[in-house]
Write a protein that binds this ligand. Sequence first.
Ligand SMILES: [Zn+2]
Length: 443
Amino acid sequence: MNQKDNTTLILRLKPLLSGFLLWILCQTNASAQRLRDCAFSPLYQQKVMSMKNAFLSRQAFEDSIRHLVQQKKSRSGRTAEAIIRIPVVVHVIHDNRDSLTIGGQKNSNISVQQIESQIRVLNEDYRRKEGTNGYNTNPVGADMEIEFYLANRDPNGNVSTGIIRRYRDKSIYSINEDLEDISKISYWPSDRYLNIWVLPDIYSYLGYGQFPASGSVDGLNPDYPNAALTDGIFVGCQYVGTTGYLADQTYALGRTVTHEVGHWLGLIHTWGDEYCGTDYCDDTPPTESSNSTRFCNDRYSTCVSGQTTRNMIENYLDYSPDACMNVFTQDQKNRVRAVLELSPRRRLLVNNNNSLSETATLQLKIYSNPVQNQTLYFDATYQGLHSITYQLTTTQGSILINTQLNNQPSSSYSLPVNHLTRGTYILTFNTDTEKASARIVIP
Ligand SMILES: [Zn+2]
């Protein structure tokens, strides 16, 4: 089935009819060996474009993005963009009655290793990291300068692994109907975290990433009711990461989530969801249709009369197999950077999480020592992302609290110490390369 034809058709039909077509789509495509198909376009049409003034508002959003991108481009010289770090919460909504068994084949309660492999892939792809699948030598290839890490604190400030596990007696979900119900099972505020819901399976699609809301650009607000509650990524568990329960080798390198996070950051499919449509990026060639195949063969388009151009099948926003993908372009980066400033929830998320500046060497800053209010607050700042451990020990070296987290940026921590007797303790903090410690007094 040709994806382009489906979505183009859906764009042009009335909502009732398109709903029926989507139902057909879901029924006919649900199989283990489906081709990449993401629900971005049909759901966007259904939810957003059905709203009054939606088209005008979307146009205004695109105009404001273009304006900001041009402003950034015209500034003399390239100012280094700050690296943006995004905390991720992964909600594993699984259908394994035996909730204690985590990981293993055909277990939708996927392992920590599988989730961490996905976070690693996101960082390789969004940083165009040398020596990884995410590296490219494309002249327009961009380091997006965005990094992702499993949240180290929950919305209440408590220490967290960033992974929530919930059992539900349901093995397949509908992107068109179930998103709000899924959010009711588990959700963290989408203006502070990137929510990734991992589901046992999804009808017809590998995944879905919600487009950023434009806020009230030009006085219009296309944010539909409850949009904040479903703002994130929904993905079938067998398309997460590079290890663990992976059903289809074509999509076993973690690029489904890279693609969906692209939508979440405001990117559009390279073919613009219609024949030779636009993705609002000049350096992705005009494209007739998606690479909905299991191959990385060259494909060509003649969108501009008299010119044959090669499709950028290696772009993360095509439908190519995982192994073909390794490019975000400079214009896609400019677009994402503009969206992160213009879209209210994305702007809040960035501002809420990037307040701690890096330091050249590891620095520990303890707040109120002796400890007050039975909670130890401290900042650990350093360069880049590190696997970190922090321990609270007695002065004789007995470990009382031991926490280990991977791929963490400079962060603030809060540690409840109400179960400890008064006395002197040692806080030790390790990164991959450095170690710092401090004497803590519990009064
Ligand atoms: Zn997509």
